[in-house]
Design a protein around this ligand. Sequence first.
Ligand SMILES: NC(=O)c1ccc[n+]([C@@H]2O[C@H](COP(=O)([O-])OP(=O)(O)OC[C@H]3O[C@@H](n4cnc5c(N)ncnc54)[C@H](OP(=O)(O)O)[C@@H]3O)[C@@H](O)[C@H]2O)c1
Length: 412
Amino acid sequence: MFALRVVKSSVGCSAALYRSSPGVKASLKCTRSPCSLQAAGARYISAYGYTQAKVLTYSKYGEPKDVLQLHKHSIPAPTGTQVNLRLLAAPINPADVNQIQGVYPSKPPFETTLGTPEPSAIGGNEGAFEVTSTGSNVTNLSTGDWVVMKRTGQGTWRTHAQLDESQLIKVDKEGLSPLQVGTVSVNPVTAYRMIKDFCNWDWIRSGEEWLIQNGANSGVGRAAIQLARVWGINTLNVIRERENPKETEALKKDLLDLGATAVITEAELLSGDFRAIVHKLTKEGKQPIRLALNCVGGKNASAMAKALAPDSHLVTYGAMAKQPVALPSGLLIFKNLVFAGFWVSRWGDKNPQLKENTIRDIFDLTRNGKFKDIPVQEVKWTWDKDYSELVQEVQGTLTGYRGGKSIFVFEE
Ligand SMILES: NC(=O)c1ccc[n+]([C@@H]2O[C@H](COP(=O)([O-])OP(=O)(O)OC[C@H]3O[C@@H](n4cnc5c(N)ncnc54)[C@H](OP(=O)(O)O)[C@@H]3O)[C@@H](O)[C@H]2O)c1
């Protein structure tokens, strides 16, 4: 027998019932906003355990405010190895915005599976989800477990999702918050791998070697500061000046409290004093700077390269200034510097098990109080949240100085 409770709409809602195989698969699609079903108070349509979900999608590239849509759809009960999830927390990273703009190399395919009017992709690349139900062949996950997505590009800006068990990494949630779990996969993993994989640190010289980084206040930068401190590596951190000296000093102090060895401004990096600053910090050059992490590009990156010891790497992972990195020839010829790039998405796809191990390692540090949360601005995503408020948060991600990364936190 097939039974559905349908709420009649008085305003001509476009919701329609679909049944693809008798008695089993049905879904309710509604692309109208505000949906009259919701207006009628029918948040959950109870038909074989269907869950209503909202998702931020885009069907073409452009500015988030122009192309993002809030789409409502329903998710059936999971079968086989499927797992139903609800969102706990998902950040808005700069790369997520670049992806929507169409200027990011990885482009999730536009698909029709959600029933959007045009094929679409879902925004967001990382987040923490809770398992709400599992199909009968799921072996490693149970209701109440927390998971993160194995790969980027699977779409995390959604209140609920249905994925295959194989697409998920189970998280031991003991001692962790949704924020910590939801923000682990991109920034901390990037910082961790760049520090570990691009330099053969001399562990006997713990506390006597350095890394230098710009964008030190970014999610990656803050993670690098903390991991380097745990591993006995000094950090010289470059930040952008704030609007007044007091705010700049407050940010410096914030990063020093986090474990930075030294913090300078971009102006100091580019000034004639920079050599002297480095000389003093590194005990007259006896302590080598063996790695540079470049989040910014332009002159900023070239200046950092000049401080590197011979045979070191400068690893570019971001391009926040949108300026190319100019490589002084002398540094290549006489110092044998290596200029490399790192992209966590590609690395993670090639090294899935190592990615899981890296995440677990970071969680252990978090539980031990050695790895702290990034500053965030929580954006509560309630069922009735206005579409424009969600989109505005995404649009604002690449503008000006921000008090913290915006993160969607779903509240049922
Ligand atoms: N390659 C990879 O695998 C990978 C992984 C993660 C992130 N990323 C990239 O790393 C960058 C940072 O990402 P995130 O998530 O860590 O960012 P985030 O936490 O949102 O922070 C953005 C950072 O960029 C800085 N910034 C913004 N505009 C700038 C400009 N014009 N000049 C200099 N600095 C500027 C900000 O400085 P203020 O603090 O002064 O505002 C802030 O520190 C992005 O480009 C992102 O795409 C790459």
